[in-house]
Write a protein that binds this ligand. Structure first.
Ligand code: GRG
Length: 288
């Protein structure tokens, strides 16, 4: 199913952000947006939108505007995170980062363009009331109370000792928040109510934390070619993470613990959760 979802997501993203028309004086910003968006991310977050819509009894095709919206926000966050004023990375998704190709100012604009385009996409959802709800979820979780807040803690904590509690707050913002938005927006697309949204958030907490801690492990043990980005970056920047705090073995134990929490959350859904179960298990052992 993941391949079916991924193929549909690629097509929808291409349609959402077509190549600029010839003679467009602002073509370069669209090209920079497309450069980062259409180059083979894992599409974890949009796949979660589609899968949660299906789990809640909806037609997953209908939730595609939400799936595109979440990938647009995710891609903007990667472009901005890679800028010299933030993490200063030169490789992403297997190729030079946006600012390396288009320059810093254009990369900043490309991120802005993707973020604003995301809300245009979300609001194209077929039912206006649910479109507004989905956009609200995305805005709340991507903003200062979610992903932006997590990034703020990340930037302020470089080179400092960080408690496990603060690390969790940071990762809940930086990583879990957007994954939570994806799961909850899938439920919203299917017209589900508060009860399902709460269990979707619980699943997101489990896989989101597991995803981030696995990311910390791969930063130490992973293969840069497979990952499409440089490794060893947290220690090079003197940043604390779960591996520096606990070591690889205990960090992987935490990955398993959070994954078990995600699987437990799925038990509250009457629908077929086989895909989301194996998705959680695959992410817990991912190599890329
Ligand atoms: C700049 C507001 C702002 C936020 C940046 C995305 C992010 C927040 C920081 C990137 C660094 C990082 C380790 C984030 C944690 C989330 C994460 C592991 C992102 C990478 O997501 P993947 O692996 O990437 O799903 P692909 O390329 O596959 O989509």
């Amino acid at each position: 199913m993941l391949e079916v979802y991924r193929e549909a997501i690629e097509k929808a993203l291409e349609l959402a952000l077509p190549a600029p028309e010839e003679g467009d004086p602002a073509a370069v910003v669209t090209e920079a947006m497309r450069y980062s968006l259409l180059c083979g991310g894992k599409r974890v977050r949009p796949a979660l939108v589609l899968a949660f819509c299906e789990l809640c009894g909806g037609d997953w095709h209908m939730s595609m505007p939400f799936a595109c919206a979440i990938e647009l926000v995710h891609t903007y966050s990667l472009i901005h995170d890679d800028l010299p004023c933030m993490d200063n990375d030169d490789m992403r998704r297997g190729r030079p980062t946006c600012h390396k190709v288009y320059g810093e100012a254009m990369a900043l604009l490309a991120g802005d363009g993707l973020l604003t385009k995301a809300f245009e996409c979300a609001l194209e959802f077929d039912k206006p009331e649910l479109a507004a709800l989905g956009a609200q979820e995305l805005s709340r979780l991507a903003g200062h109370g979610g992903m932006v807040g997590g990034q703020c803690i990340d930037l302020s904590s470089g080179g400092k000792e960080v408690s496990p509690e603060l690390l969790e707050v940071m990762d809940r913002g930086k990583t879990v928040a957007l994954i939570e938005a994806a799961c909850r927006m899938g439920c919203v697309a299917a017209g589900r109510c508060e009860k399902e949204l709460i269990f979707a958030a619980k699943y997101a907490m489990g896989i989101g934390m597991a995803f981030q801690i696995r990311d910390d492990i791969l930063d130490v043990l992973g293969d840069a070619k497979k990952l499409g980005k440089n490794t060893g970056m947290d220690s090079a920047r003197d940043k604390r993470n779960y591996v520096s705090l606990l070591g690889v073995e205990r960090a992987q134990e935490l990955v398993e613990k959070y994954t078990a929490g995600a699987l437990e959350a799925l038990e509250s859904f009457p629908g077929d959760s086989l895909f989301l179960r194996s998705f959680a298990l695959d992410l817990a052992g991912r190599e890329s």
